[in-house]
Design a protein around this ligand. Structure first.
Ligand SMILES: [Mg+2]
Length: 283
């Protein structure tokens, strides 16, 4: 089996580099000779390796997003393994990966292959979440240096600043033959079930061919904070609407920036869909 280990040294706190030899040894123990390659985000990670059968990505959600987009653009369908090594590893958690680097490597090397869903918004793919509105671009606004130094606290700090940017987003949603208009503060479309390690969509299933969507109504800053806290604690709030669908179309007459897996996402209008079983996962 031709296998490639794509790793991002700027993921997490740069710990990955020390583990490369151990990861290779774990795969060798399962009879898999894996070639390590550091990801260069300016280049195609599959250059000269298009016949790769197994791609193990060592990084966070953003790194997985990059690799999956390149893979799909190239029309490749290798088996994927995910070693969680970023600040946010929501996709890895959603597919049940061990939270340690070597534990996950072992799980992939000796695991079985199954299919899970992949999200797509316009021409971009996402593995965990597409979002926009208050707090959703926090990851994009948080510097890598801050993430490395203070980890999750960096998101919290930037998140508090982002709360000042609360504004209403007039949306038209079309799904399951219905059209509804909402004044939203936040929109989340889940393929996985968590965002920033907050399990916001506990009922979301990555193998059901559907996206779980949460829409938070716009209100003033105090009530919006209250509604979000309430939802985080009780997993329900009158201000949060939950819907489940295979695809949804969104129109919005303001230039609202979107986020996919912690990276800049496509522009409005959006056509978001769940591609059932579009990723082969070894775990
Ligand atoms: Mg689902």
């Amino acid at each position: 089996m031709r296998a490639l280990l794509l790793y991002n040294t700027s993921s997490g706190r740069g710990r990955i580099w020390h583990h490369i030899a151990d990861i290779r040894a774990i795969f060798a123990g399962a009879g898999i000779d894996i070639t390590p390659r550091e990801i260069n985000f300016q280049r195609n990670p599959f250059e000269g390796a298009k016949d790769t059968e197994l791609v193990v990505v060592c990084g966070g959600d953003g790194t997985v997003n990059f690799v999956v987009n390149k893979m799909k653009q190239e029309g490749l369908d290798p088996i994927l393994g995910i070693i969680p090594a970023g600040t946010a590893n929501d996709f890895a958690h959603a597919i049940g990966m061990d939270s340690t680097i070597l534990g996950a490597a072992h799980q992939i090397a000796h695991g079985t292959v199954r299919r899970v869903d992949c999200g797509k918004a316009n021409d971009k793919y996402f593995v965990n979440i597409l979002s926009f509105g208050v707090l959703t671009t926090t990851s994009q606004h948080t510097s890598n240096i801050a993430k490395h130094l203070i980890g999750k606290l960096a998101y919290l700090r930037t998140g508090m600043i982002d709360l000042l940017d609360l504004h209403h987003i007039p949306l038209t949603l079309r799904y399951n033959g219905e059209e509804i208009k909402v004044d939203a503060a936040m929109f989340l479309a889940f393929n996985g079930n968590s965002a920033g390690q907050f399990k916001l969509a506990p009922k979301s299933n990555i193998e059901d061919g559907m996206l779980d969507i949460l829409v938070l109504d716009y209100d003033n800053r105090v009530r919006t904070c209250w509604n979000m806290m309430n939802y985080l604690i009780n997993h329900e709030s009158e201000a949060v609407h939950h819907l489940r669908c295979e695809r949804i179309e969104l129109d919005c007459n303001i230039d609202e920036h979107t986020d996919i897996d912690g990276q800049p996402g496509p522009q409005m209008p959006l056509r978001i869909e769940c591609l059932a079983g579009a990723l082969k996962i070894k775990a």
